[in-house]
Design a protein around this ligand. Structure first.
Ligand SMILES: Cc1ncc(COP(=O)(O)O)c(C=O)c1O
Length: 386
C-alpha cells in the first residue's frame, strides 16, 4: 500500500518547516510547529520587546481565540474550557478538586503515562483507594475495569490513546461504563486530540485535559482543560488567584466570587506566547479538516500509519499494536528481530529520521503530512543497522 499524495496533504506538508530536514515520526513525544505557529510566537516576541503591555488587550483577545478554537475542536462551549499549563495541570485540577471521602475509590490503568497515575495515587493520603488495573499486552481488559467499578467509585480515568501501546479507546463507550456505575469519567486526551474526532457532549465526557505539544502541533507548556458545565460547581477550584474571580480586573475590591466558567481554574497570568502559539496550531488543524464530528486529519493519519505498518512488516519488523478499525491510532511501537531499538533510533538520527524509543520498542508516530519519501527514509534506517 502507498498513501495518496493529493494537493491537500502536500500543502499541509509545505506548511511544516521540519520536513525540509527531517522525516519526522515523533508526534507522540513532541511535535514540530507549523510555520504559522512559529510566526505567531515570533510576532508576540517582537511586540513584547518593542511595546510591552501596550498591546496586552490584543494578546488577551488572541488567547480567547485559542479557547474558542479548542472548544470548537471538541464540540464544547468556550465556558467549559480552561487554558492550562499542561495535561498534568488538568489532571491535578480534578484529582485535588473532587471532594473525596475516605473509603471512595477511583479506577485507572496500570500502563498509563505517569501523569495519569501520580495525581491519583497522591489522593491515597485522603483515604481514597486507587484501583490500578494491570494491562497485559495491548488491549485493556474492559471486563476487569467494569468489575473494579462499584458504588464507592468516584472516577474512572483513562487515556484516549495509550502512549505505550497506541490502543485507542472509544471515549463514549468508556464514559457510559463509568456513568452506569455512578462514577465520573476523565479523559487524558493528549495522544488523540487534534487528530481524531471527539464531541465531548455526545460522548458525555466529564473532564478532559491535553497539552498541545503532540498531535495538536502546539508548543510545549500550553494546554486545554475541559470540564462539563454541569460539573463546574462540583469541582472545588485549586490554585486560585486574581484571574479566577468574576471581578478579576478590579484589584482594589476583594470578592471571592468565581468566574462562571472553567476560566476560574486559571489562577494567574497566562503563558501568552504559548497560548498564542497553541491557538495558531488549532486554527491550522481546523482549517485542515479536524473537527468534533469527523476529521480528515485523523483519516489521513490512519492512512499514513497503515501504510507505514504494512511497509515495516514487509521489512521484517514486528508491529506491537492493533491495526483494527477504531482501535488504531497514530502510535506504532515495533521491534526488528536482532536490532536494538536504541540502535535503530541512532541510525535514524544520522540520516534525518526522528522517532522515539519507549521501553523495549521503537515507537513511530506519524502525522498527516508524512509522505512516501519519509517512509522510504524510515525503511533505510532499518537497513542501516546490522
Ligand atoms: C498519555 C499522556 N499523558 C500525559 C502526558 C504528558 O503530560 P504533560 O502535558 O503534563 O507533560 C503524556 C506525554 O507523553 C502522555 O503520553
Amino acid at each position: 500500500m502507498t498513501f495518496s499524495n493529493d494537493s491537500r496533504w502536500q500543502s499541509f506538508r509545505e506548511a511544516m518547516p521540519v520536513t525540509r530536514k527531517w522525516a519526522y515520526f515523533d508526534h507522540a513525544a513532541v511535535a514540530p510547529l507549523p510555520g504559522v505557529t512559529a510566526q505567531a510566537i515570533q510576532s508576540w516576541c517582537d511586540q513584547a520587546a518593542q511595546e510591552g503591555d501596550v498591546v496586552w488587550l490584543d494578546w488577551e483577545r488572541a488567547i480567547e481565540a485559542t479557547r474558542t478554537a479548542g472548544a470548537q475542536l471538541i464540540g464544547a462551549t468556550t465556558d467549559e474550557i480552561a487554558l492550562v499549563a499542561n495535561t498534568t495541570h488538568g489532571i491535578n485540577l480534578v484529582a485535588e478538586g473532587l471532594d473525596w471521602k475516605s473509603g471512595d475509590n477511583m479506577v485507572v490503568l496500570g500502563n498509563e503515562f505517569p501523569s495519569n497515575l501520580y495525581p491519583w495515587l497522591h489522593q491515597e493520603s485522603k483515604g481514597v483507594e486507587i484501583r490500578v488495573i494491570p494491562v497485559d499486552g495491548v488491549e485493556p481488559d474492559f471486563n476487569r475495569i467494569a468489575e473494579a467499578l462499584d458504588s464507592r467509585t468516584r472516577l474512572l480515568s483513562m487515556s484516549w490513546v495509550s502512549y505505550k501501546t497506541g490502543w485507542r479507546i472509544d471515549p463514549k463507550a468508556v464514559a457510559r461504563m463509568a456513568h452506569d456505575a455512578g462514577a465520573l469519567f476523565f479523559l487524558d486526551a493528549i495522544q488523540g486530540m487534534g487528530v481524531f474526532p471527539l464531541d465531548v457532549r455526545d460522548a458525555d465526557i466529564d473532564f478532559l485535559a491535553a497539552d498541545g505539544h503532540k498531535w495538536m502541533l502546539g508548543p510545549e507548556g500550553a494546554g486545554l482543560f475541559y470540564v462539563k458545565k454541569e460539573l463546574l460547581d462540583q469541582l472545588h477550584p485549586v490554585g486560585i488567584g486574581w484571574n479566577s474571580v468574576a471581578g478579576r480586573t478590579n484589584f482594589d475590591k476583594t470578592d471571592l466570587t468565581f468566574r462562571e466558567s472553567a476560566a476560574r481554574y486559571e489562577g494567574g497570568s497566562q503563558n501568552m506566547p504559548g497560548m498564542i502559539g497553541l491557538g495558531a496550531s488549532l486554527q491550522f488543524l481546523l482549517n485542515q479538516g479536524a473537527g468534533p464530528q469527523q476529521s480528515a486529519v485523523g483519516d489521513r493519519v490512519l492512512e499514513v500509519t497503515d501504510a507505514i505498518c504494512e511497509a515495516l512488516t514487509k521489512a521484517g519488523a514486528h508491529i506491537i499494536c492493533s491495526r483494527q478499525g477504531d482501535e488504531r491510532s497514530g502510535i506504532v511501537p515495533f521491534q526488528v528481530p536482532g536490532k536494538l531499538p536504541q540502535a535503530l533510533r541512532a541510525a535514524g538520527q544520522k540520516i534525518g529520521v526522528n522517532f522515539s524509543v519507549r521501553g523495549d520498542f521503537a515507537r513511530i508516530s506519524a502525522h498527516a503530512y508524512n509522505n512516501q519519501a519519509d517512509l522510504d527514509r524510515l525503511l533505510e534506517t532499518l537497513d542501516a543497522v546490522d
